[in-house]
Design a protein. Structure first.
Length: 142
């Protein structure tokens, strides 16, 4: 069973699904994973956190921005740095991104990669990999 979940921000956490309204489902999934004891990290190629997003700390134990660490996806070093900050081995972690090139970089670093193409497919894969049921998961607002 995987012990860590590393996700991209734009295109993954921001994907509201086919109806395009409401809270993006992957936000609730990350929160449910964390509440189930899975270590969580945000890995973004952004320069830094930008404007404060108060709920990020509820979702993630670790925040890694390429602009802060001087290396970017798909370089294997950024994935290794992220899982090191989680206190886990790469083989214990799942990485989710909407760009296949970044998923391939994570796999080269030793993580299990999930290419996010739809909310339903990603939730189904993560449910199997993490052993967490994401149906009706929690909300970062609640």
């Amino acid at each position: 069973m995987m012990r860590g979940l590393v996700v991209d921000f734009g295109g993954v956490l921001t994907d509201r699904g086919p109806d395009g309204v409401g809270e993006p489902p992957l936000i609730g999934a990350v929160l449910a994973a964390r509440e189930a004891g899975i270590r969580t990290a945000l890995l973004s190629n952004a320069d830094g956190p930008g404007e404060p997003i108060p709920w990020l700390d509820r979702l993630f134990q670790v925040l890694v921005f390429s602009g802060d660490v001087g290396v970017a996806k798909p370089d294997v070093e950024i994935y290794r740095l992220t899982v090191e900050r989680l206190g886990l081995a790469p083989a214990e972690c799942v990485f989710v991104d909407d760009l296949a090139v970044n998923v391939r970089g994570a796999v080269r670093a030793g993580l299990v990669g999930v290419h996010h193409t739809s909310v339903a497919a990603t939730l189904a894969e993560l449910s199997v990999l993490l052993g967490v049921d994401f149906a009706g998961g929690p909300s970062y607002r609640g």
